[in-house]
Design a protein around this ligand. Structure first.
Ligand SMILES: [Zn+2]
Length: 299
């Protein structure tokens, strides 16, 4: 029986699971991420793999999901918000310590893969997996395989420019940490949604508090309406290019249930088709998608 280890290297926790061939999690472990200490981060991952591997007759495969991506210029990490990883050859360093080959992918890619293999988009031919949380990321899975382009950025729509700015939805310029302005992430992330609400109400609140006030606060309802239009418009551009069977949403804002009924009504006016069969659905594995997807990096 083939066993897989999946590791999700997050900003605050490193989580690991041991998965069997029936997709059952046999073991799950979590440790704190030593946020600024790269050497200790490596050691914690190696220790976690050792504990998951302990007592198994054969070595399990190891896949790791991380923030950011591997630069093909030098095999070092880039674009990671856990900044101690940037410019480090994470995969090579872990392989040296473990003594065997591992696979490593962006955490949004792992999310998309998990949902495509046995989650909300199981059996779908093409899946666009989207994380709308602290940031906005995405991944593309075709026939249960991650799409890996020459730049390793497939699905990174969060840093495309939000369509409709200055016309339908907003007239402001938002700076993004990536150096561009009006990135989709600056509108559709949790902080982006909070900023839209602050622009309407003058009050700064976290996204989940705004959502809980929809019934009694007309600014909250207005911010959510704008958010739905922005999400529909932004996704329509992906659908026009990729024409996926399923779009799966994960991350904190994916818990807004009304998105799944309202956004497909709105996106029809932006998508170049008389009928739209693309499904919009919520992630099935929730917070476990990262570790599950990392385990599925091996066939
Ligand atoms: Zn950006």
């Amino acid at each position: 029986m083939s066993l897989r280890i999946g590791i999700d290297l997050g900003g605050t926790k490193i989580e690991g699971v041991l998965l069997d061939s029936q997709h059952t999690i046999l073991k799950r472990l979590r440790v704190d991420t030593p946020q600024t200490d790269y050497a200790l981060t490596l050691q914690r991952i190696v220790d976690l793999v050792g504990q998951l591997q302990s007592g198994l007759p054969d070595r399990a495969t190891v896949g790791i999901g991380t923030p950011g991506a591997v630069s093909l210029l030098n095999q070092r990490m880039k674009n990671s918000n856990s900044t101690c990883l940037n410019h480090r050859p994470l995969q090579t360093d872990l392989e040296k310590l473990l003594g065997y080959e591992i696979r490593l992918a962006n955490d949004a890619d792992c999310f998309a893969l998990s949902e495509a293999v046995d989650g909300a988009a199981a059996k779908a031919g093409s899946v666009f997996g989207v994380i709308i949380g602290t940031g906005v990321g995405g991944g593309v899975v075709i026939n249960q395989q991650l799409l890996k382009g020459p730049n390793r950025i497939a699905g990174e729509w969060g840093h495309n420019r939000m369509p409709g700015i200055g016309r339908e939805f907003a007239d402001e310029s938002r700076s993004c940490y990536c150096g561009r302005i009006n990135c989709i992430e600056t509108y559709l992330s949790g902080p982006g949604f909070s900023e839209t609400y602050r622009g309407l109400s003058g009050v700064q609140l976290p996204a989940k508090d705004i959502v809980s006030k929809i019934a009694e606060d007309h600014h909250a309802a207005q911010a959510l309406t704008i958010y739905q239009h922005q999400l529909a418009y932004a996704l329509s551009q992906v659908i026009n290019i990729l024409d996926p069977d399923v779009v799966v949403l994960g991350g904190g804002l994916s818990n807004i249930d009304v998105l799944y009924s309202e956004v497909p009504k709105l996106w029809s006016s932006y998508i170049f088709s008389d009928s739209i069969d693309t499904r919009l659905c919520k992630a099935m594995h929730g917070d476990s998608s990262g570790v599950r997807g990392a385990a599925w990096l091996w066939p």
